[in-house]
Design a protein. Structure first.
Length: 384
């Protein structure tokens, strides 16, 4: 078998050509492992320094003058094992004090022309990559700061908007409950103001919650709670509207039915879906809420027999960038955010909201979660 020639810079120069190595825009030099004296430097390294470093100690011009030690020269002993044989190459990055540029260096032990092992270093300018890394890091930080500032702004605006609205609505409800009206139209005006105010509060809550959900400020904390009582509480929120429209709201969830989800977030979903069902129902219509099992999923079903969803809107109702809101059967306004936020909530739970609708016949929304509901005969005070 042919004996292989030991690898050396002399072999490399003779095999490839000194002109080629000198023309490479990378640093190539060879130093003695014990003394760190430069034995060979290519043309690029010489031009970088402005002189020929051959015969000089590399630490004199590679590291800062006030450094007590040289991390570049100290690795020489790591290039050979205890038996004096070459080991794997060592990779590192450093800033050259002459041109202030970043270099990615690879060092390895090779056999020199006189038979000893020496250190070969090949270093490539990576300043542009480092600048890009720093730019991306700063961009990410700026983006995070922007998100935080935006979240704070949204929270402040929401708080400033909600406080007076809650106070005004509270006073209007007390007037509606305690005062008598000589004309029904006055009561109707007041009811309309309260209804619109409540819808604006829901919109503010949805905006704030969507922002917190998207930025990680809200994370689902599932627990078991009584779903029947939750639906009853939601129905109470729409008593006055249902009475005005002469709607029949039916809670078909079993009295002892529990479901496993984040109670607050799930309430938002149920409230939004029932709100839509009431909004788009015709006079003397029917809205039902039930729970069924389907292929191992817990399916909350909210059904109405009202306007239905136009085919032109059906593909976009869960998209925040497309306006799909429509007035209800009595002209009720909407923001179009309720369904978007509800879908985000259920997706954060690992589920999905589906729907079927036929214009003029009504709509069925199905909230799918992985099956974990249960029936209990004991009243759990923590779950209600």
């Amino acid at each position: 078998m042919e004996k292989r020639t030991p690898y050396s810079v002399k072999n490399l120069v003779e095999g490839v050509g000194a002109d080629i190595i000198d023309g490479l825009e990378i640093v190539v030099f060879v130093a003695d492992i014990d003394t760190s004296v430069i034995l060979y430097a290519n043309g690029y390294f010489k031009s970088l320094l402005g002189f020929d470093p051959t015969g000089r100690i590399c630490s004199q011009f590679i590291h800062e003058p006030d450094s007590s030690s040289c991390v570049f020269c100290d690795i020489g002993g790591d290039l050979l094992d205890e038996q004096g044989r070459p080991v794997a190459e060592i990779k590192r990055e450093y800033i050259n004090p002459f041109d202030k540029k970043w270099y990615a260096a690879k060092d390895r032990a090779i056999r020199w022309v006189d038979g000893r092992f020496v250190r070969l270093e090949v270093a490539t300018d990576i300043s542009e990559q480092k600048q890009l890394q720093n730019f991306l890091k700063e961009a990410r930080q700026q983006a995070q700061n922007t998100i935080s500032a935006k979240s704070r702004f949204v929270a402040l605006v929401a708080h400033d908007l909600k406080s007076p609205f809650v106070s005004i609505l509270g006073m209007l409800r007390r007037i509606l409950e305690r005062e008598t009206f000589s004309h029904d139209v006055h009561r109707q005006f007041l009811e309309t103001i309260i209804t619109n105010g409540r819808q604006m509060l829901n919109m503010i809550d949805n905006l704030l919650a969507m922002e917190r959900l998207e930025t990680g400020g809200i994370k689902p904390e599932p627990c078991y709670f009584n779903l029947n009582r939750m639906v009853e509480d939601v129905f109470q929120n729409f008593d006055h509207i249902a009475h005005r429209k002469k709607l029949n709201l039916e809670n078909r969830v079993a009295p002892d039915q529990e479901i496993f989800a984040d109670k607050y977030l799930y309430l938002v979903v149920v409230n939004n879906l029932v709100s839509n069902a009431v909004k788009f129902s015709h006079e003397k219509g029917l809205v039902t809420v039930s729970l069924q099992q389907d292929e191992g999923d817990d399916c909350l079903i909210v059904r109405d027999y009202g306007q239905g969803i136009p085919a032109s809107c059906s593909e976009d109702i869960f998209r925040p960038d497309v306006k799909t809101s429509r007035p209800g059967t009595c002209g009720e306004p909407g923001s179009g955010l309720g369904l978007v936020f509800s879908q985000q909530i259920i997706q954060a739970h690992g589920g999905v909201i589906e729907f079927e609708s036929e214009e003029g016949e009504g709509t069925v929304f199905v909230v799918r979660l992985r099956g974990s509901c249960r029936l209990t005969n004991s009243r759990d005070t923590t779950s209600g």
